[in-house]
Design a binder for this molecule. Structure first.
Ligand code: ADP
Ligand code: TRP
Length: 325
């Protein structure tokens, strides 16, 4: 089974990215699948206009993936921009993609609703994502719930291309979404997202984690009163970081009363800090060794380009596009 997924370097990695996406990346890698994991820096360029910032976030995400356990010896780990075949395939897919389909895409409509003036690249975002996936003949794409529509669009475009050129050149992928995690809430209760300023970052100090957890929005039930765990942002996050024994105990404390939101937030920060303690040490070592990060990405890019070029040759040939080099 060939697995592929990517994350945009549009900010610092947070718990939503980990529980929605990266934890699955690691499980699939451990199961021995052929995994391709990358950094979607061309996608980030649809929103970032600060070259230094984009470079910094790209290296942050590189060190973060590695620190969390993406293993460049067993997975192909690379930068989207190291595989120019992807943007070339995007062009082929553009030729079979109806404008009306992109106008209806949820993430595009959300951005319009926020008042963002769209550029062509933002409009084309799902087609580039489809190219990311299809260029490696990927079978399975582990992502969070919010990406489901993009995988559906990918399947649709692959089908349209195959039909248009009477070929079976492109492989239709399946999404892999952990329904139990679905959408990890941020400190304000909305979806945790780099663009909403509501994240709990993975790679920050224990002290900073405690401070961020302290900001999670709750209702104002007094400390001594019983509380409803099913309706609490802090509990929704505790569900992700407490083990099976501890979770029912915490739930019981909520219902019994005498356990305040402050206690719950401190417990949450403690569990997050424990969970990522070793990864944070690894991250600190990696982020200060840029040469190693570049070497790892360079090697992964080489492997990815070889696979991508083979797919692209099939695509060009199916569409009658000649090249002479
Ligand atoms: P962000 O919204 O912070 O910019 P991305 O769009 O870069 O995050 O998402 C990277 C991956 O992490 C995707 O697979 C996405 O589905 C997943 N993800 C992001 N935020 C969440 C969340 N709050 N809950 C679950 N999964 C998430
Ligand atoms: N759009 C994805 C996100 O925001 C990132 C992404 C780009 C991606 N290309 C991909 C995810 C290909 C999976 C497969 O999270």
């Amino acid at each position: 089974m060939r697995v592929l997924s990517g994350i945009q370097p549009s900010g610092r990695l947070h718990l939503g990215n980990y529980f929605g996406a990266i934890r699955q990346f690691l499980q699939l890698q451990a199961q021995g699948h052929e995994c391709f994991y990358f950094i979607a820096n061309y996608h980030a360029l649809t929103s970032c206009r600060d070259a230094k910032q984009l470079e910094e976030w790209t290296l942050h995400l590189t060190a973060a993936y590695l620190a969390l356990g993406v293993d460049p010896n067993s997975s192909t780990f690379f930068l989207q921009s190291d595989v120019p075949q992807t943007t070339e395939l995007c062009w082929f897919l553009n030729t079979v993609c109806p404008v009306s389909q992109m106008e209806k895409a949820t993430s595009y409509k959300d951005k319009l609703a926020k008042g963002i003036t769209p550029n062509m690249a933002l409009f084309d975002y799902p087609v580039l994502q489809a190219a990311d996936i299809l260029i490696y003949d990927s079978n399975l794409v582990p992502v969070g719930q919010d990406q489901k529509q993009h995988i559906e669009i990918t399947r649709d475009l692959a089908g349209k291309f195959n039909t248009a050129f009477d070929s079976e050149v492109l492989v239709l992928p399946e999404p892999k979404i952990v329904e139990a995690v679905a959408i990890v809430p941020g400190t304000d209760g909305q979806k945790m997202s780099k663009s909403y300023n509501n994240t709990i970052e993975i790679f920050q100090t224990a002290k900073k984690t405690k401070k961020t957890c302290g900001k999670i929005v709750t209702d104002s039930t007094p400390l001594e009163d019983p509380k409803d765990p099913t309706n609490c942002n802090v509990f929704a996050l505790l569900k992700l970081v407490c083990n099976e024994e501890e979770l029912p105990e915490v739930e019981e404390k909520y219902r019994a009363g005498g356990f305040g939101y402050g206690h719950a937030k401190n417990l949450l920060a403690e569990r997050i800090n424990e969970l990522f303690a070793v990864d944070r040490e690894r991250y600190d070592a990696l982020i200060s060794d840029k040469d190693t990060l570049y070497d790892i990405l360079r090697e992964g890019g080489k492997k990815a380009r070889n696979v991508a070029e083979e797919t692209l040759e099939r695509v060009r040939s199916a569409a009658g596009i000649l090249t002479t080099y």
